[in-house]
Design a binder for this molecule. Structure first.
Ligand SMILES: Nc1ncnc2c1ncn2[C@@H]1O[C@H](COP(=O)(O)OP(=O)(O)OP(=O)(O)O)[C@@H](O)[C@H]1O
Ligand SMILES: [Mg+2]
Length: 287
């Protein structure tokens, strides 16, 4: 769907590039996660991909055609949810939606979408009176108004409660299952783990890793099995190498003779991988 080659970008006011030669592909029908510490360049990359920032170097093609060759018809194809949702606060939710609907040739079924995100009841309420979570949900509805082929979501679940986050995640998955492609950034690793087919880690404008969450967890994890069993009322933990585990006499004897409590393989979590790859902890959400 997207092919990005050696992308570089500098903000006019800055001296140095903030995007320093990144290359990646977004395959049609996948949810592609873009992860990295605050200031790494995730939102900047999203803005370049959607043609809001144009003075980049490198090559970006969408559906096999250079993005610079697309005119406004490009926006018929994509849906975007920005990091900071901007709505007309003195208009109702429905007035906001109707304003944006008119910009597109293709229109989604608004009632279904609004019901889906739990905003139908509030459709005639002034958006200025919306809570943060309501504004974020309205933002997703806006992103889907033109029935896009490709969806860009910049931290869509930031600042909403778990139940609403689940609604959004289910929406994103359904969108993908119906053939849509998604580019998503998030700091919430469990969301990324549940949603993404592949993820890229970006650190200080450079991509450090690209793979599926599963492969990353295997690659960064230990090839090890940890067994906890009970003996004389105490829990004992033993670790065994995964290689040739089926022939490991000690392991097999343990399975046959002990009162096993848990068995785990040593895959790591996306959180741990994030810290390993980026060299920094997760962003303090209070900032
Ligand atoms: N309009 C701008 N002018 C100048 N520099 C900018 C501008 N917007 C962002 N930057 C800088 O570009 C770098 C990348 O910013 P970007 O917003 O892409 O990061 P991010 O990965 O999305 O971070 P976060 O996780 O905090 O959203 C940062 O160093 C930031 O200070
Ligand atoms: Mg950002």
């Amino acid at each position: 769907m997207y092919k990005v080659e050696d992308l570089r970008f500098k903000y006019p006011k800055n001296k140095d590039d903030v995007i320093k030669g990144i290359s990646f592909e977004i395959k049609e029908g996948e949810i592609f996660g873009f992860l990295g510490p605050s200031g790494a360049g995730k939102s900047t990359t999203q803005k370049i991909l959607i043609k809001i920032l144009e003075d980049y170097r490198g090559k970006i093609s969408y559906s096999g055609k250079d993005v610079s060759e697309f005119g406004n018809d490009f926006y018929e194809d994509i849906g975007v949810s920005f990091e900071m949702p901007i709505h007309f606060s003195k208009m109702t939710a429905m007035e906001n939606i109707n304003f944006f609907l008119k910009l597109y040739k293709r229109n989604a079924d608004v009632e279904t979408l609004m019901k889906r995100v739990g905003l139908w009841e509030s459709k005639d309420k002034m958006v200025g009176e919306f809570s943060k979570g309501m504004k974020i949900r309205l933002n997703i509805v806006r992103a889907l108004l033109n029935e896009p082929k490709m969806l860009f979501l910049d931290e869509p679940t930031n600042g909403i409660d778990p139940a609403n986050a689940k609604i959004l995640k289910d929406l994103v998955k359904e969108f993908r299952d119906a053939g849509g492609t998604v580019f998503i950034t998030s700091h919430i690793m469990s969301d990324i783990d549940q949603l993404c087919d592949r993820v890229a880690f970006i650190v200080d404008g450079e991509i450090k890793e690209i793979d599926s969450p599963r492969n990353l967890k295997i690659r960064y994890g230990k090839r090890e099995l940890r067994v906890e069993y009970k003996e004389n009322g105490k829990t004992i933990t033993r670790e065994f190498p995964m290689d040739n585990i089926g022939k490991n006499e000690e392991f097999l004897t343990l399975l046959q003779t002990k009162d096993i409590e848990t068995i785990h393989s040593g895959e790591t979590t996306l959180e741990d991988i994030f810290i390993k790859v980026t060299g920094v902890g997760l962003r303090d959400e209070s900032e």
